[in-house]
Write a protein of this length. Structure first.
Lengths: 355, 295
């Protein structure tokens, strides 16, 4: 009875087009934002910020990027971690080589650099489809990882290829403590998520979905294939690039190209699938799930075996449970966590009546 | 340019390519019959090799160990059909692809958890010594591997084109629903095809394992097989072989002749770039079926 749209009449186009058409959703969302920006910074501790909140937010952003490409535009990519690496190294080099570079501007430009690289590797998508395309995006993954390791210019001649991200200072405020880094990350992620939400509701987003559902038909009704597909690659890589820059600057502080290997790409793909393809919310749910799962498994394994389990068995156990859970999830709810949320909301609208 | 050196590199690459083809074959079999892009193929190679080497280390006879491992792969095929394929019928291909990544984790975790993560040496009695053919040296082991691959491909071709089961497999590959309508049992076909690719994985695992030692890195053979696959086309058995030969020869030649100019280590990605460029010209691979799309 509490959650329903009855009586919420729309009398203007603005009201009709808002992101959350139901008042209760708006209140809940504002509550969530308030919690994220006020409550969590007040009560959270360093472990939560460093080990859970910051990485899951950043990976949400990367998952969001991949979701735009895979979930909305229907192009499978296995190279997202490569574009994250481009973003991280581009931001580092911009800060290093351009005097008086503002950090936020370097993040933005790093995203653009990643977008350009993404466009380049997106070119084959015009002729290649499906799994053939997935395999060619692996080329992006391997070439980028190799280039960043091989050419020491990218890491400023650091012998091990590790870059140490510069300190984040915005308008004289230093973002060094976990709380501050968390707030900065959350703000960037929230802004970009808002942009993504609006993008997929726009003409471009609808064109992406048309291509996803059937590209030949989309072309027939006059959607420019070249422009639309390449934009999907560009925007997706932009998000991954910013995520990579944040990964280096706000999360780890120092990264090497191997931090963005193929496993990271798979991890992001899992987030999209488990969270829900073609859903902004799903990217966040999926990222939270994938980040929390190993931690929970670890805790569970330790309390269950009381420390009597060897390290190799524990890590293999983690691999097994992870694999099994993915299979379970795909079999039970292949539309992901976002779909569960959707079903829950539908149920809530009827509650307490059965029909 | 030194031609005998060029030939030696090229032939070494071709023979190495045969090994890639073996892994790619497993992919092709499953993709042909069920439309599943089986990322767990590498894990299956690892699992088969690990079971085989564990049995051999327990002083089992080679043939007996081979049979036992094959039995294990049959069990795996049943389990996969029951727990992975059947619940995911009618799901989009990407879900099935993700499922096979999950399956790969599951197999890798189980194999290492039970059989241990240490590197096993494997000796099947074929020495890896060079023999002289005119002016060039060729590894005896590579020749043996190439022979095995040829026999395997011949067997599979006969199986696919001459036997009743093989025809059913091709029917399923062509159209699931039509195959079901004429009474071909889809579940059985899946088990058969996963068994066949388990068999290929076992052969590949033994050959790779005796070359590099049985270790976790065997799972990466899947990554080597992917460019082979797209070069040859996902649905073509000869394509897997020819693709493997092209990838093997070109990556070795690229490493030797282009590598010094732009930096070494290009072996890892060169096949991918080559395959991508190739796909730009022929999007369905060398021998893939050309699809005509209609609205």
């Amino acid at each position: 009875m509490i959650y329903r749209e009855a009586g919420q009449l729309k009398s203007s186009y603005e009201a009709d087009q808002q992101i959350f058409p139901i008042l209760q959703d708006r209140i809940a969302f504002l509550g969530l934002l308030a919690a994220a920006f006020v409550l969590v910074p007040l009560v959270g501790n360093d472990y939560w910020f460093n080990a859970i909140l910051i990485p899951s937010l950043i990976l949400s952003l990367a998952a969001l990027g991949l979701n735009i490409l895979t979930g909305y535009a229907g192009q499978i990519s296995l190279g997202s971690a490569g574009f994250m690496a481009v973003g991280a190294f581009a931001a580092y080099n911009l800060m290093l080589r351009v005097p008086h570079m503002p950090v936020l501007a370097s993040f933005f430009l790093a995203g653009l650099v990643a977008a350009v690289v993404g466009l380049l590797f997106g070119l084959p998508s015009l002729r290649i489809k499906g799994f053939y395309l997935a395999v060619t995006t692996l080329a992006a993954q391997f070439v980028i990882e190799w280039a960043l390791t091989k050419f020491s210019w990218f890491s400023n001649n650091s012998p091990s290829g590790v870059i140490n991200a510069q300190k984040i200072v915005i308008l004289g405020v230093r973002f060094e403590t976990p709380v501050r880094r968390y707030v900065l990350t959350a703000a960037i992620v929230a802004l970009l998520a808002l942009a993504a939400k609006n993008l997929v509701r726009s003409r471009l987003g609808r064109a992406w979905m048309a291509i996803r559902d059937m590209d030949v038909a989309a072309e027939v009704i006059g959607i420019p294939m070249l422009k639309t597909k390449l934009l999907a690659f560009g925007v997706s890589s932009f998000y991954c690039g910013v995520a990579g820059a944040l990964w280096a600057f706000a999360y780890l502080g120092s990264v090497e190209p191997q931090a963005f290997d193929l496993n990271r790409s798979f991890q992001i793909l899992f987030m999209v699938i488990i969270g829900g393809m073609g859903s902004i919310l799903g990217s966040f749910l999926g990222a939270g799930f994938i980040v929390l799962l190993p931690i929970l498994l670890n805790v569970a394994a330790h309390s269950f075996f009381r420390g009597g389990v060897s390290q190799t068995l524990a890590s293999n156990l983690e691999l097994m449970v992870f694999g099994a859970l993915i299979l379970f999830f795909l079999a039970v709810e292949s539309h992901g966590l976002a779909r569960l949320w959707q079903i829950g909301k539908e149920k809530l609208r009827l509650w307490p009546f059965p029909h | 340019m030194d031609w005998s050196f060029f030939l030696e590199v090229a032939i070494g690459g071709l023979l190495a390519g045969v090994m890639y083809s073996l892994v790619a074959l497993g992919f092709v079999l499953i993709f042909k019959a069920s439309g599943v892009f089986n990322f767990a193929q590498g894990a299956m190679v690892f699992l088969a090799a690990l079971i085989f080497v564990s049995l051999v280390e327990k002083k089992w006879n080679l043939a007996l160990a081979f049979a036992a491992t094959l039995a294990a792969m049959v069990v795996l095929a049943f389990v996969v059909e029951r727990l992975v394929l059947r619940p995911l019928v009618n799901q989009p291909p990407i879900s099935l692809f993700m499922a096979t990544i999950g399956l790969a984790y599951l197999i890798e975790g189980t194999a290492q958890g039970i059989l241990g993560a240490q590197v096993h040496g494997l000796d099947i009695g074929i020495p890896d010594t060079p023999i002289q053919l005119g002016a060039i040296n060729v590894s005896r082991f590579d020749l043996f591997a190439a022979g095995v691959a040829i026999v395997l491909v011949a067997l599979l071709s006969v199986f696919f084109s001459k036997t009743r089961v093989g025809r059913a497999l091709r029917a399923v590959a062509d159209d699931h629903q039509a195959a079901l309508a004429v009474g071909i049992p889809l579940e059985q076909i899946w088990v058969i095809v996963w068994t066949a690719s388990g068999f290929v994985a076992l052969v590949a695992g033994i050959l790779w394992g005796s070359r590099t030692g049985v270790q976790f890195s065997l799972t990466f053979t899947a990554l080597k097989a992917l460019p082979v696959l797209i070069l040859g086309g996902f649905t073509s058995i000869p394509g897997a072989i020819v693709g493997g030969l092209i990838v093997g020869a070109s990556e070795k030649l690229a490493e030797v002749y282009i590598g010094p100019k732009i930096g070494s280590g290009i072996e890892n990605w060169f096949p991918y770039v080559l395959a991508t460029l190739f796909l730009l010209v022929r999007p369905e691979g060398l021998f893939g079926e050309r699809r005509i799309e209609r609205v």
